[in-house]
Design a protein around this ligand. Sequence first.
Ligand code: NAD
Length: 361
Amino acid sequence: PSIGVVRESGADERRVALVPRAVASLVAKGLDVVVESGAGAEALMGDDLYLEAGATLGDAWSADIVLKVAPPTDAEIARLKTGATLIGFLAPRNAENKIAALQNAGIVGYAVEAIPRISRAQVMDALSSQANVAGYKSVILAASLSTRFFPMLTTAAGTVKPASVLVLGVGVAGLQALATAKRLGGRATGYDVRPEVADQVRSVGAQWLDVGISAAGDGGYARELTADERAEQQKALEAAISTFDVVITTALVPGRPAPRLVTAAAVHGMKAGSVVIDMAGETGGNCELTVPGETVVINGVTIASPLNLPSTMPEHASELYSKNLTALLELLVPGGRLDPDYSDDVVALSCVTRDSVSNRN
Ligand code: NAD
């Protein structure tokens, strides 16, 4: 089958689904890779690099297997040929997803979000690879917006205390944020509703904030809190938040709006010059005063809600994503033939449209 690497159309999307090195490995296996001109430009990977890797430039949208980063638009779906396979972020749990449109267009869609989070599929886990990028960048952004140092400094002009950093929601992004804050010399503390996270927090040298609420849900994800639990959590967090220089929030519950963890009152309790980075802006935000996609300053506290942080580091984000897709392709195209084995959970669960079987997740 031919593999198409298309150019992303979203204004803020700088990633590309396959980097030239990954193209070379597919070409070495005898696959044809067609790249849309400019596909890697925003990630600083020019057409020349793709040509050198053995791709051809052309109409990547009519390939047998099309690789993408962001979910397709209707116009993009119209460019795919009937029966084609599309692999990418398809946002299957998002209410505005294009799953039905893909189904109607006769496209076999694989959503990377739906790949099960099991050891064997870790190499394909694009949610994790991109969350790592986002978690790292959130701390760099916090450090740059902060009026204070992260590390402790002992200088002739006096000693500076290290910044205290609280990370709310410690999944993949949160854990990377804690580790990055530590590397910058900050004092890091993590909080989550899944109690098993405590050991992971400690393993990166951060402290665990225990609020006494346990809300582990299915598949390693958190469940939504009850109203009572929410009130209790907000009270405990309000008291804790005022003591931190930086608060980074990453809390998500699959298919639900982001839980509100940082109330307006908590922000008002923070010292001027403090920073909140809300990474849950896409689903409404974890902070009550968040304006998704914007940076606002309230009583001297900066609240930033950057969308699509992985796209701000397009080179490494694309490299990691490309590795995820190449591993998934190995399952779908064994021995160079498109022959997905639907008895394999990774294949069956990530496939969200197939023949007449729609929306399997
Ligand atoms: P996520 O992005 O869905 O959520 C981020 C974090 O927010 C989670 O840790 C969640 O517990 C937390 N959260 C939700 N509601 C909260 C609340 N009200 N208060 C505080 N915290 C709240 O999470 P993720 O990064 O996608 O990770 C989800 C799970 O997948 C984790 O268990 C992770 O260890 C697991 N995982 C497994 C593998 C693997 O084995 N292949 C790979 C990656 C992740």
